[in-house]
Every structure is written in C-alpha cells, then in structure tokens.
Design a protein around this ligand. Structure first.
Ligand SMILES: Nc1ncnc2c1ncn2[C@@H]1O[C@H](COP(=O)(O)OP(=O)(O)OP(=O)(O)O)[C@@H](O)[C@H]1O
Ligand SMILES: [Mg+2]
Length: 448
C-alpha cells in the first residue's frame, strides 16, 4: 500500500495544497521528506495523513469502524469547512487499484460544503479483512504508523511484565496512529515471544555460558550457534537484527530474568539495562524496535517480516540523533524496511543530502517547492540553498567579506590589518583565513 497524493483544503495554515509522494516517475525511492521553518506546516501534513489513514485502520478492524475526525482547531481560521483528500495505490490479492477518499469537517452550525466520502476506505480495508478472516489467517496486513515528536518522552518500565496475550495481526495497529512509542508494550511482547523461544530452544544465558566455557572447541561452538539460530523466533530475530543494524555495536537485545525481569542489551560487549542507555540511543531503539515489532506481528508468514509493506510517518526524524546517525538515517530505514513508504520531516541538512532519489519538499509560507539534486551536497550548501540559513555568524561573515573585497581591490595594507584582527578572534586553522593567507602572500609576491 502506498500513498500517492494528498490534498488539504483549509487544513491548518493551508488553503489548498496538493502533494504527491514518492515513488513518483522522477523519484524511485519510497521516501518523501519535508523541510521548512518552524510553523511552516510540516506536522500539519503528517497529522492530516494520519487522520485520513485512521479510517482505513478502523475499517480493517471492523466493517463500520470510525477513524479520527478533523479537529475544530485544525480548520483554517478564516474558513468554515476543512477537507482532506487522499489517494492510495494498493497491489494485493491480484488487484492493482487506486483508492480515493475524502474526510471533511465543518464548524458547528455551518452548512457543509464538502461531504466525507469514505466508500473506498471501506472497500480497501474490506479486501484485507475478507482475506484475513476467510482465506488465510496468516495474511500480511500493511503497517500504518505515525511517530509524532511526543515519542521522545519515553517511559522505561523497570520490570518487564508477562501478559501471555494472544496476539494477532490486528495488534500491529494498536495505537499506531495515536501517539507515543510504548516501551512497556514492546518489552511485554518481547518477553512473551522470548518465553516461547526459550521453551523450544536453549536459553540465551545458558548458551553464552556454554560458549564461554568451551570456546576452544570450535566444532562445539559452531554446533551451538547452529542450534541457537535454528531455535530463534523469527519475529524476535527481525527486531534484534533491525536494532543491531541501526545501532552498530549494540547486540543481543533480551529479557534478563535477574534480579527482576528487565530488558538488557550488549553495547560493545558490555551488558547494560536498557534504562541506562542515553536519550538518543533509547529513542532510536524505540523507533526502530516499534516499526520492526509491528511489521513482525503483521507479517507472520514472511521469512523476513521486515520486508512487510506499510506506510510510516515520522515527524522530526533527526530528533536527539548525532549528525553521524542523522546522515545514515534514510539509507538505514530503506535498507532495513525495504517495502515501507516513508514520509518524514526534518530540520537537519544531513538527513536529506545522503540518499539518492529522495523526494524533498521545502515548505515556505504555506507554499510547497520540490527540490531535486541534493544528493551528495555538503551540509553548508544544504543550509544555504534549501534551508535558507547562514552557515556562520553574520558578524564574522561580514568581516570575512570585507577581507576578501580588500584583497580583490589589491589593498594589501587594509587586508593585512583585517587579517590580523580576524586571526586573534577565530580559531587556528580556520579555512577561510587559511585561504586569505594564501591570497595575501600572492599579492605580496606580485607587488614585490
Ligand atoms: N487553524 C489554523 N488556522 C490557521 N493557521 C493555523 C491553524 N492551525 C495552525 N496554524 C498555523 O500552522 C502552524 C503550525 O504548523 P505545524 O505545526 O505544521 O508547523 P511545523 O512545520 O511542524 O513546525 P515545527 O518545525 O515548529 O514543528 C502554526 O504556526 C500556525 O501559524
Ligand atoms: Mg512540527
């Protein structure tokens, strides 16, 4: 399932805005990214997508299910009726069709000029529900998830509870559009799966103990590894491998039973309680773990559940992340979850310059502009040309500009004075000063 287009009428700050999403003819990737100032409308777009998609999710669950309505405060202040039009494509059950639906909402007491039209949402959801209920109970369902900025407030449960709840594919939609990432749920699910994994295989602690004790016996260790891999739960393996891929050096996410059951992970060989991880580590793990867990639940028949389909919306995808992680983010998302469509927002120049074929939109004052050819640009160029931001302190920049002008005008004495002043204020090895020093030397040689 993929979103092709959305149109927002009188939603938030937008009067009438149409947006196409990747993949498009020009952009082969499944990634669309929005950048723009604070208040440009990025979150409004993602929330609108979430609102429209909630009708699909509700109607996969039950035939007459109700999704979210457009809230009163979302209707543009000068207008009486807001509407969201969405167009999706779905290739499934030997059908390749486009589906359209409209959701509208008017202020109280105002006549509705646009009516909601949700028949296609019912039909698309009905296809999945019908096949799930009557044809194949292991059918894959498409993931639909929205990760708002509030996801960063993470509660780490100190004790991992046992639920033994029977989980079916529909549980993959639980709270998937309505808010924060829930570590408690993630851990409970993990514990239940791990319990059944341990029942059929050898528990992790015992395996580690055996491997350490007999590490010199290569044949025995190889056999232990084989037994371990064969008995591993496919869904848990998917989650573990997604996390290890995103967070190199992190391995073996597991429930540790002593002193009380808690989540543990090895970081460069050292075992840590997940509660001890940094904010950035926790939030990346929560995000990746949540996507992977939902895909695992929704694709029980796939050998690699991470290859399941879906639509994932992430607001401020760079939240809390070190530049190195920001840079790799899209690449890692698309490699780990190859059949998911991603719609992202960011304030980071690094996120958008590292992957080819990403569809990037700049939002400015309610207008949308498509920006191409960002792949491989350095962060300064993206800041200057896409994010309309100075790359250095404006006072320093104007002094550097004056220095360059005096050099161009061959005013050696003035240039040298400016150079001296700047050299005392700026750190040694400043690249612009190094360039100026060369030009000064050249000018000195020429005038000699
Ligand atoms: N009902 C409304 N009518 C008119 N304008 C609105 C309405 N609701 C919100 N806005 C405008 O939309 C802006 C909020 O947009 P949004 O939250 O989508 O921005 P954003 O791009 O996500 O910003 P940030 O980067 O700060 O998260 C507000 O600044 C406000 O000016
Ligand atoms: Mg926002």
């Amino acid at each position: 399932m993929q979103i092709r287009e959305i149109r927002l009428k009188n939603v938030g700050r937008f009067t009438d805005l149409e947006i196409a999403f990747a993949p498009t003819e020009k952009h082969a990737s499944k990634v669309t990214v929005f950048v723009g100032n604070n208040g440009a409308g990025k979150t409004t777009i993602l929330k609108s997508l979430g609102t429209a998609l909630s009708w699909f999710v509700a109607r996969v669950k039950t035939e007459k299910g109700k999704g979210a309505s457009i809230a009163n405060e979302v209707i543009k202040n000068s207008a009486h009726t807001a509407a969201i039009y969405i167009q999706l494509n779905d290739v499934n059950h030997s059908k390749n069709s486009d589906y359209y639906w409209t959701l509208s909402h008017s202020r109280q007491g105002r006549a509705t000029s646009i009516v909601s039209e949700l028949a296609n949402a019912t039909e698309l959801a009905g296809n999945y529900r019908y096949h799930w209920a009557l044809v194949d109970e292991n059918i894959s369902l498409p993931l639909v998830a929205f990760y708002p900025v509030e996801r960063s407030v993470l509660q780490i449960p100190l004790n991992v509870k046992k639920t033994n709840k029977n989980i079916d594919q529909l549980d993959g939609y639980e709270n998937s559009l309505s808010g924060s990432v829930n570590f408690a749920r993630f851990f409970e699910w993990f514990r239940d799966r791990e319990d059944s994994e341990n029942e059929t295989g050898i528990p992790f602690e015992i395996l580690t103990h055996l491997k350490n004790t007999f590490e010199s016996d290569e044949k025995f260790v190889t056999e232990l590894n084989r037994v371990q891999n064969a008995s591993r739960d496919r869904q848990l393996s998917a989650v573990r491998s997604a996390i290890s891929f995103f967070m190199p050096g992190f391995d073996n996410l597991r429930v540790q039973r002593m002193p009380s059951p808690h989540m543990a992970i090895d970081k460069n060989g050292e075992t840590l309680n997940v509660a001890q991880l940094s904010q950035g580590e926790k939030s990346l793990m929560a995000l990746v773990g949540d996507i992977a867990r939902r895909l695992a639940i929704m694709n029980p028949a796939l050998t690699n559940p991470l290859e399941g389909q879906g639509v994932v919306l992430i607001d401020e995808v760079d939240l809390h992340l070190h530049p190195k992680w920001q840079r790799q983010l899209i690449q890692q998302l698309t490699t780990t979850f190859p059949n998911c469509q991603f719609i992202l927002t960011t304030h980071s120049p690094l996120v958008i310059s590292d992957t080819k074929d990403v569809l990037c939109y700049v939002l400015d004052d309610g207008e949308l502009e498509e920006r191409n050819g960002l792949y491989g640009l350095d962060a300064n160029q993206v800041l200057l040309s896409v994010m309309d931001t100075d790359i250095r302190n404006s006072e320093v920049q104007s002094r550097l500009d004056r220095l360059l002008e005096s050099l161009q005008d061959k005013k050696l004495k003035e240039a040298k004075a400016l150079f001296e002043e700047l050299s005392t204020d700026l750190p040694p090895g400043h690249i612009e000063l190094a360039k100026a020093a060369l030009l000064i030397r050249k000018l000195e040689l020429r005038s000699a």
